[in-house]
Structures are given as structure tokens and as C-alpha cells.
Design a protein around this ligand. Structure first.
Ligand SMILES: NC(=O)c1ccc[n+]([C@@H]2O[C@H](COP(=O)([O-])OP(=O)(O)OC[C@H]3O[C@@H](n4cnc5c(N)ncnc54)[C@H](O)[C@@H]3O)[C@@H](O)[C@H]2O)c1
Ligand SMILES: O=P(O)(O)OC[C@H](O)CO
Length: 385
């Protein structure tokens, strides 16, 4: 396949460039903070590259939120013994140079590159534990799709990491269903960076493989908001699947969702670029999530049950410890929209939230309201600019 072949060439080139240089004086040490489904795949990707690229230490440390398996063994011990995350990514070898570490402070203590990849609701607690424990020259990247809402307004996860730990934080988002990348099927991702292009290029080198093509754009908020907001649209897509509405309806939800994603992103952060929505983190992630993601899957079950079983209950039963981001993100978005008086401008986001808390039935996702034609007028609205 042409793109993969191109990626292969690029990879060789970047290895040659690195190998052609003198051995770097200091090699970067990478720690992955998180070890769920995507955290484990990210560790595998990175570990395959640190072995090849001389500017990185071979070992990749992966922080594991410790749990006891039904066998009575600790998850981190089993990962180190089998080289597999038997709970969150069974059947896939991570690479012998991945070391699971259940001690958070110990896992990060020597790292100069931190990869944050946990469900978004745990990040603040993790950062509190790390405050004052990070070395000065550390760079971070967040693979986390989600946001926090503070009294001052919305706070993206990369900003939370920067504010709490005093370190620069890029983001990596994309059409990245973890199990497919674990099986080394070709896909793409987008790194978002603020100012330092060299740092972004270093992250690209660390992640890129012949089957995982990564490019960088200077738009942290745009990339992160794409990854965050698509999870709410995915809930809408799952609801229409559960209502057996068919492809046209799902395409309509995706189109309306994309428009709301772009409009809300620009309202929250006017610097967000339109072009970002055409990268992997934008339209491609929206499509893959609405076709094959966990948010879609659980929302489908919610609609099939007529809203009688809660999202929490279905998540626990269907995902076995993996976490949904779309429902909590819908709530967080709603808080932002309500406080700003924007709910009427975003009927899809608002409806998904109201369905998720049981205020409306699942069928409300396709009930057209004559008096709310806002899908079409949001860009003309005075507050849009
Ligand atoms: N899985 C995917 O396909 C995928 C792809 C791209 C991005 N993401 C994003 O990556 C992020 C992480 O998702 P994931 O799929 O790796 O995780 P996951 O949903 O598979 O697993 C949940 C993780 O949370 C951990 N956890 C549970 N309680 C915790 C606590 N109190 N404190 C800290 N950790 C705790 C579990 O140990 C587990 O590692 C999310 O923001 C998600 O949206 C996921
Ligand atoms: O399985 P989901 O719905 O959490 O989505 C996974 C990824 O974000 C897709 O890129």
C-alpha cells in the first residue's frame, strides 16, 4: 500500500539521520503514564522505536494502576512476566523493553519524556501526586481524549498537565482504535504542538512506524478538541444504531456533529484552525469512532434497552474495566455551554447530554425540532467570532 511504503521510507530516513549523527550525549528516557487499552498499544509502538533510534533509551517504563487479577496475581507482575497486558490488551506482546511499574513516582523519576494516556477523569489526581516530583527538562504529550471544567471555564488536559506540573505538553490524537493498531493495521495520527516544532518532530519520531503515520500541526487545542468532542458525537451515532436507523441517519449525525465540533472548538479557543478538522484527529477520528468505538457500542446498547439500563451499568458490563469518555465529556460540555448560554446553538451535544442523564428518551436523538434550526445558523451567530 502506497502510504505504508512511504512511511517505511520515512522511517528509514529518520533512523539514518539519527544514526548518522554522533551518539547523542544524553538519551531521552520515556515513561508512559497509563496502561489501559490505548496506553498498552502506545507503549508497544514507542518500544519498537526506542530500540531502533539512538537518541532514546531502549527501556520504556509503563505506569500501571495496580489491580489484582482473578488469579490473585498483580497485573504489573503478570505484564513483566508475560510481556502482555492480559487485562487490557490480551494476546499482544508489548516488546521486551517495556517494564511495568506500579509505583507512579518511581516510574517517572528518571524520565525526560512523559506520555500521558489514562482516562481523563484520573489525570488531575495523577498530576497532584506528581507535583514537585518532575525533573526540569521534561517534555510531555497527552494521548487523552477529554477535558475538565473549572470555575474559570473549560480546561484541556494538556493545559492541566502544563499548569500542574510546569512542563510543556503536546498532544497526539487520531483515528486510532487501539486494537487495530495493536494488530499493526495501517492508520494515521496527528501531533498538536504549541510553539516548539523540534519537540513535535521528536514526538513524531518516537511514535511513527511504517503502519502508524504521524504528522504534526501547530494547533494543540484544535487537535485536542477534535479528539475530545468526537466522543460525544459517537454516543449519538451509537444511539441511532440502537434505534436501527440506518446509514443515512448515522451520516447525518456525523455531519451535524462535525459542524458542532468545529463551532464549539472555535468558540472556546478562537485560535483553532479549520484545517485541523481535515487531519486524522478530525474527520477521520470522527468516522472511525462512530463506526467502531466503545462509546458507539455502549450507546447502541443503551438505546436497545430503551434507556432503562444506565451508561455506568452497561460500561461496567460491556467494557470490563475499560472506560467511556463520551458520557462524562457530554456533561462537561453541557456545563460549559450552559454557563455561556450556548446550549441552543449546539442541539446535538445538548441532546446527547439530556439522553445520557435520562431526561430524554434515546429516540430524541432524531427528533427534529422546528423551532431549533441552529445547526444551520451557528456560524452566522454573533458570538461565533
Ligand atoms: N482504547 C482506544 O482505542 C483509544 C484510542 C485513542 C485514544 N484513547 C484515549 O486514551 C485514554 C486512555 O484510554 P485507554 O483505552 O488506554 O484506557 P482503558 O479505558 O482501556 O482502561 C482504563 C484504564 O484506567 C485505569 N484506571 C482505573 N481506575 C483508575 C484510577 N483510579 N486512577 C488511574 N487509573 C485508573 C485502568 O487501570 C486502565 O488502565 C482515553 O482518554 C481514551 O479516550 C483510547
Ligand atoms: O473506543 P472509543 O469510543 O473510546 O474511541 C477510541 C478512539 O478514540 C478512536 O480513535
Amino acid at each position: 500500500m502506497a502510504p505504508a511504503a512511504f512511511a517505511d521510507e520515512e522511517m528509514k530516513l529518520s533512523s539514518q539521520v539519527e544514526q548518522g549523527r554522533d551518539e547523542p550525549l544524553t538519551k531521552s528516557k520515556v515513561t508512559v503514564v497509563g496502561s489501559g487499552n490505548w496506553g498498552s498499544v502506545a507503549s508497544k509502538l514507542i518500544a519498537s522505536n526506542t530500540l531502533k533510534l539512538p537518541s532514546f533509551h531502549d527501556e520504556v517504563r509503563m505506569w500501571v494502576f495496580e489491580e489484582t487479577l482473578p488469579t490473585g496475581e498483580k497485573l504489573s507482575d503478570v505484564i513483566n512476566k508475560t510481556n502482555e497486558n492480559v487485562k487490557y490488551l490480551p494476546g499482544v506482546k508489548l516488546g521486551k523493553n517495556v517494564t511495568a511499574d506500579s509505583d507512579l513516582e518511581h516510574a517517572v523519576q528518571d524520565a525526560n519524556m512523559l506520555v500521558f494516556v489514562t482516562p481523563h477523569q484520573f489525570v488531575e489526581g495523577i498530576c497532584k501526586r506528581l507535583m514537585g516530583k518532575i525533573k526540569g527538562d521534561v517534555e510531555a504529550i497527552s494521548l487523552i481524549k477529554g477535558m475538565e471544567v473549572k470555575t474559570e471555564g473549560p480546561c484541556m488536559i494538556s493545559s492541566l498537565i502544563t499548569e500542574m506540573l510546569g512542563i510543556n505538553c503536546c498532544v497526539l490524537m487520531g483515528a486510532n482504535i487501539a486494537n487495530e493498531i495493536a494488530a499493526e493495521k495501517f492508520s494515521e495520527a496527528t501531533v498538536g504542538f504549541r510553539e516548539n516544532k523540534e519537540v513535535a518532530e521528536k514526538w513524531v519520531r518516537l511514535f511513527r512506524t511504517p503502519y502508524f503515520l504521524v504528522s504534526a500541526v501547530q494547533d494543540v487545542e484544535g487537535v485536542e478538541l477534535c479528539g475530545t468532542l468526537k466522543n460525544v458525537v459517537a454516543i449519538g451515532a451509537g444511539l441511532v444504531d440502537g434505534l436501527d436507523m440506518g446509514s443515512n441517519t448515522k451520516a447525518a449525525i456525523m455531519r451535524i456533529g462535525l459542524k458542532e465540533m468545529r463551532a464549539l472548538s472555535k468558540l472556546m479557543f478562537p485560535s483553532v484552525k479549520d484545517s485541523t478538522f481535515f487531519e486524522s484527529c478530525g474527520v477521520a477520528d470522527l468516522i472511525t469512532t462512530c463506526l467502531g468505538g466503545r462509546n458507539r457500542k455502549v450507546a447502541e446498547a443503551y438505546a436497545r434497552n430503551g434507556g432503562k439500563r444506565s451508561f455506568d451499568e452497561l460500561e461496567a458490563e460491556m467494557l470490563q474495566g475499560q472506560k467511556l469518555q463520551g458520557v462524562s465529556t457530554a456533561k462537561e460540555l453541557y456545563e460549559v455551554m450552559r454557563s455561556k448560554g450556548w446550549t441552543d446553538l449546539f442541539p446535538l451535544f445538548t441532546t446527547v447530554y439530556e439522553i445520557s442523564i435520562g431526561l430524554l428518551p434515546p429516540s430524541a436523538i432524531v427528533e427534529y425540532k422546528e423551532d431549533v434550526p441552529k445547526f444551520y445558523s451557528v456560524e452566522d451567530s454573533a458570538i461565533y467570532h
